[in-house]
Structures are given as structure tokens and as C-alpha cells.
Design a protein around this ligand. Structure first.
Ligand code: ADP
Length: 297
């Protein structure tokens, strides 16, 4: 028995080391990825002959795709190693839900799908929690709904389950009229690297990590995620999260971007990676800012 306990502890330790290794590696991989995507983005704004423009677009799109995969792996391994701290900041809940869905609006429109959001009046506007992670969960679920729906609609609904001293429990549902999921695939859906149909996933792309990340994030927010689906008719993903009350004097989302994007600034850029220094300073200069460079803080 003692040996078993010891072995189990060692296995857990090994698994934690592996997740940590992945988290560190993924971070290292993102630096050159930023160089590739950034430089390709700068080239795309130049007058290129149509053939070259096509190649540059391929580099840019492939880079974006690879970066998305790397971000998923990074997120997943950090969640697995419990290295992600959720934020506790005041934010505007209605706006966060609408902006997350709005980001994917163009993709839905391009496929001819109707995309709607409804938030009931009992959902408070100002709450405390992690708006970025909430956006990420919604973005993932709505992205999947659009990905696996050929015609019809994708609907997002939010309502309040309860308000108590402990906080505000919000229920969210994403419903689509897509291909649906066969019953035998449902139990494994929220496990990592799970894809229902390899051929469909190859057609649509994806890491099979999205839902595993969603489940972990939802659980970290004190909720659960479930799915109900009928093949050929569609799916509904439901989850709930526990948010905190915002104190009356709390300012709105401090992480919201400043709206003075058109102001010309003088910017000190401290970055040790030479490629990133070049790419970022070109981008900032093109926005009309003046940039001073330093290699470190
Ligand atoms: P991926 O990045 O491969 O989409 P996910 O974890 O987000 O990974 O999804 C896992 C699998 O679950 C998908 O490959 C797909 O087979 C299935 N799936 C997820 N959402 C839907 C949906 N709305 N309708 C049908 N199938 C879905």
C-alpha cells in the first residue's frame, strides 16, 4: 500500500513536470511566431505582385493558425498544472457577452447563418470576475457552433440563476442548428484531444482542446458545462459561472482598451528579441507613433 501511494505521488509529480515543460516551451515558441506573423502582416500592406501577395497571405494565415494551436496547448497545459490565476476585476457583463459574440459575427454572416444574443434583464451589468476568460469560453463555443452548422442559426442566451451573498450565478447557453453530436461521443466530448469525427475535424481544423479548456475554465469559475445534442438537428452547450457583486464605487473594466487610438505618442519599447523589436517598432511607426528602442527594462 505504501509503495502504491508513493508511486502515485511520483506519477503526479512527473505529470506536473511535463505540463510545466509544455507551458515553458509553448511560451518560447510564441516569440518567433510573433516575428513570422508580424513580418508577414507588414509585407501584406505593401504593393506586391499578385503571386507574391498570395504567398505572403499563406504565411500569415498559417502563422495565425499555428499560433492558435500553440495558444490552446499553452492554455491547456497551464490549466492542467494549475498555473492560471483567474482575474477578479469589475467588468460590464452585457458588453462582454455581446462583444465576444460580435467578434465572430463576420464568420457567421459569411456562412449565411443568423447569430443572435439575448441577455435577460435580471443579469446585472456590473460584476466582478475574469472577463477575458469568460470571453474565451463563449468565443470557443460560438466558434464551434458556427463551424459545425451549415444553415440555420446560432443563438446565445444568458440569464441569472441566483443572486446571493456568495455572488451571482449566471447561466449561458449556445444553441445551434448544426450537424449535432452522436450520443456515444457525448461522454468524452470535454476530454482533451477529443474530436467526434476525424474527417470532419480535418475539414474544419481544430486541436480538440477547445472544449477541454472550456470545461477547466468553467470549473475554475465555480460552474459546470454540459451538452445536449440530436444528430442532424443541432446542439446546445450550457454552462454556468459564479461571479461576484461589484461594489457601487468600483470603476468599470480597467482592462478595457483606451479609446484614444488616434493620438500620436512617443513610446519606449523595451524588448530583448531583435526580431520583435523590429516588427513592433514598424507597426507602431505605421500607426504614427514615435518609437525609442531599448533591449531591456
Ligand atoms: P476542436 O478544436 O477540434 O473544435 P473542441 O474541443 O472545441 O475541439 O471540439 C471537440 C469536438 O467536438 C469537435 O471536433 C466536434 O467534433 C465536436 N463539436 C464541438 N462543438 C460542436 C457543435 N456545436 N456541433 C457539433 N459538433 C461539435
Amino acid at each position: 500500500e505504501d509503495l502504491l501511494v508513493e508511486e502515485a505521488a511520483r506519477a503526479r509529480e512527473r505529470s506536473r513536470h511535463k505540463s510545466e515543460f509544455l507551458a515553458v516551451m509553448s511560451h518560447e515558441i510564441r516569440t518567433p511566431m510573433n516575428g513570422i506573423i508580424g513580418a508577414a502582416g507588414l509585407l501584406m500592406d505593401r504593393e506586391l505582385d499578385p503571386g507574391d501577395a498570395g504567398y505572403v497571405r499563406i504565411i500569415h494565415e498559417s502563422g495565425e493558425h499555428l499560433l492558435q494551436l500553440i495558444n490552446d496547448i499553452l492554455d491547456f497545459s497551464r490549466l492542467d498544472a494549475s498555473r492560471i490565476e483567474l482575474e477578479q476585476v469589475p467588468f460590464a457583463l452585457h458588453d462582454t457577452i455581446e462583444s465576444a459574440v460580435g467578434l465572430i459575427g463576420p464568420t457567421a454572416r459569411a456562412k449565411g447563418l443568423s447569430l443572435s444574443v439575448s441577455v435577460t434583464d435580471d443579469v446585472p451589468q456590473r460584476v466582478v470576475g475574469d472577463p477575458g476568460r469568460l470571453r474565451q469560453i463563449l468565443f470557443n463555443l460560438v466558434g464551434n457552433a458556427i463551424k459545425f452548422t451549415k444553415r440555420g442559426s446560432v443563438r446565445v442566451e444568458a440569464s441569472c440563476i441566483e443572486q446571493s451573498a456568495a455572488g451571482i450565478r449566471i447561466a449561458l447557453a449556445v444553441t445551434d442548428t448544426g450537424i449535432g453530436i452522436p450520443p456515444e461521443a457525448l461522454p468524452k466530448l470535454f476530454h482533451e484531444f477529443s474530436q467526434v469525427d476525424g474527417s470532419i475535424s480535418r475539414q474544419f481544423g481544430g486541436s480538440g482542446l477547445g472544449l477541454a479548456i472550456c470545461r477547466r475554465l468553467v470549473e475554475r469559475m465555480g460552474g459546470t458545462i454540459t451538452v445536449a445534442s440530436t444528430p442532424g438537428e443541432g446542439s446546445t452547450f450550457r454552462f454556468d459561472v459564479l461571479l461576484k457583486h461589484a461594489a457601487p464605487d468600483m470603476a468599470a473594466d480597467p482592462s478595457a482598451p483606451a479609446r484614444s487610438a488616434s493620438r500620436r505618442l512617443r513610446i519606449l519599447l523595451a524588448e530583448d528579441n531583435g526580431t520583435n523589436r523590429l516588427v513592433v517598432s514598424r507597426m507602431l511607426e505605421r500607426m504614427g507613433h514615435r518609437v525609442d528602442l531599448a533591449e531591456d527594462g
